[in-house]
Design a protein around this ligand. Structure first.
Ligand code: SF4
Length: 501
């Protein structure tokens, strides 16, 4: 940022005023020592922090574009501790987990491969999403830089694309190193969408598997099939079709009346599959529940919706002030429409190929309409109005027996704003079984105990719902096939299957 000031007013200890002339300059975070970074062909890109499957699919997708990319391992409790040790105080725990995870990876690389910290700095680059806004998300890059410097990796390169405004590159990265081209994003988004679809099926199937571990085994095979298709530039639709036969071999018993739990909340806390949310999804499954996860595609659709809203506002402002229609945004509007249609089409094609029939990408207009009475739609940051919308939607359409909103300790949009509003929502919808819960990276026993309490009620609801349905004498084998996904008014899977026979 440049400054127009050319002099600074100073007072000495006697209170006399003096002026120091200062030339306006661009501030840059430049390492103290000059670093000779490796050329593009020798540079290794790192990233991570999505679901386990998506990190690996993204790795294959980017490798297929000749980008030397490695997905970091899933952030764990040790990552969190490193984040706390090297980060600033008062950050939210996705920052600690993700920043600490990078520090941990680089330290292990240094200690296990014999590479010096200088060699690592010269050779590696970290890719992350960034952005500005009302929450700490805008400070992630600064946090990475601070922690890396303090951990002995000063000058380590970071590059970031804004989650809501398109793309920009960090000011310390050579533009030739990585081009965020449309092809880069399209390939990345394909990997994310496919990962979402397989994850949705995994969570639908795993609670009902007869042989423990069989769903995870089939999903590992799917991961290999899709990764190979990316690397060999083959049809991803055909790859998803092949995955269908892998999943079809898994034997299920779907007539167990299990509590269905919608897991939503702050994006990272709700999505991660590890210590970052105390392995919430696995914990729920072990306790006899079925989870509805939040696909990353939903967050993508929210970003597109926010971009569209911002455009409307700018255009209306122009009309109000100049009484003329502004045509300069036609291209942006068109790009948004194309982007939205492309995401929906790809999702539908891949979902159909693998056999996910009963899931549609959420309609952002409908969700906004549900939330707007409670939550100012202009108030962005975090998931914005989505948490409120998801709870109302779940109650109105009987989607689950319990809604868990998970958020990092002290998360501004999620804990401070959404949860305040949710108390009004639960007051208006007393039938909602809702649990808002924070993660701090510590205090797992308290966390699990609160989840168990809410789950107890959800299990009762699932059992009662099932018992109210008349079970026919003959049950066709198709009910146990994951491809049978009838539409139903019931929340529980077993009740849905029986109701529609
Ligand atoms: S949404 Fe919450 S947890 Fe996520 S970056 Fe913002 S403040 Fe942190």
């Amino acid at each position: 940022m440049s400054s127009k000031c050319t002099s600074i007013k100073m007072t000495d200890r006697n209170g006399d005023l003096s002026f120091i002339n200062q030339k306006a300059t661009q501030w840059r975070d430049i390492p103290q020592k000059e670093i000779h970074y490796a050329p593009k062909e020798e540079t290794i890109f790192l990233s991570g922090g999505l679901t386990l499957l998506q990190d690996k699919l993204v790795e294959a997708a980017l490798n297929s574009m000749s980008i030397n990319f490695t997905a970091l391992p899933n952030p764990d409790f040790e990552s969190f501790q490193k984040g706390k040790a090297f980060g600033n105080r008062g950050q939210c725990n996705p920052t600690y987990f993700t920043v600490g995870n990078l520090v941990k990876y680089l330290q292990n690389l240094r200690d296990e491969t014999g590479l010096s910290a200088e060699e690592i700095v010269e050779k590696y680059v970290y890719i992350t999403a960034g952005g500005c806004g009302p929450c700490r998300f805008g400070m992630y890059i600064t946090e990475y830089k601070k922690a890396l410097r303090d951990a002995g990796f000063e000058g380590f390169r970071l590059t970031s694309f804004e989650h809501d405004k398109g793309i920009f590159q960090g000011d310390d990265i050579d533009e030739e190193i990585l081009n965020f081209t449309p092809k880069f994003f399209i390939t990345l988004i394909k990997a994310v969408i496919i990962g979402d679809i397989i994850n949705l099926l995994t969570y639908k199937m795993r609670p009902y598997e007869i042989e423990k571990g069989s769903v995870d085994k089939a999903v590992t095979q799917c991961k290999e099939i899709v990764s190979k298709a990316f690397l060999e530039h083959r049809s991803l639709i055909k790859a998803m079709w092949k995955c269908r036969s892998m999943l079809s071999q898994v034997k299920l018993n779907r007539l167990q009346p299990k509590a269905k739990v919608m897991v939503m909340g702050e994006f990272w806390a709700a999505m991660t599959e590890g210590d970052g949310n105390y392995n919430l999804h696995r914990f729920l499954e072990a306790e006899g529940a079925e989870c509805i996860p939040q696909p990353i595609t939903n967050r993508l659709m929210l970003s597109i919706w926010e971009a569209e809203q911002a455009l409307y506002k700018t255009e209306n402002l122009y009309i109000e002030s100049s009484k003329k229609v502004d045509f300069s945004n036609v291209k942006t509007r068109l790009l948004i429409k194309i982007g939205k249609a492309a995401v929906k089409t790809h999702f539908a094609l891949y979902a159909k190929a693998i056999g996910l029939h009963d899931y549609d990408i959420p309609n952002m207009e409908k969700l906004a309409a549900l939330a707007k009475e409670y939550y100012t739609l202009d108030c962005s940051g975090g998931e914005g109005h989505l948490e409120v919308a998801h709870l109302i939607e779940s109650v109105k359409h009987n989607l689950s027996h319990l809604v868990i909103s998970i958020k990092p300790f002290g998360c501004m949009p999620s804990s401070a704003v959404s949860d305040g509003v949710q108390s009004l929502v639960t007051n208006r919808y007393p039938e909602a079984n809702f649990l808002s819960i924070e993660t701090s990276g510590e205090g797992a026993a308290n966390f699990y105990s609160r989840v168990q309490m809410a789950l107890f009620k959800a299990k009762q609801l699932a059992k009662e719902e099932f018992e109210r349905i008349e079970v026919p004498e003959y049950i066709p084998e198709k009910v146990h096939n994951y491809l049978y996904q009838p539409l139903s008014t019931k929340a529980g899977t077993a009740a849905q299957l029986i109701e529609t026979l």
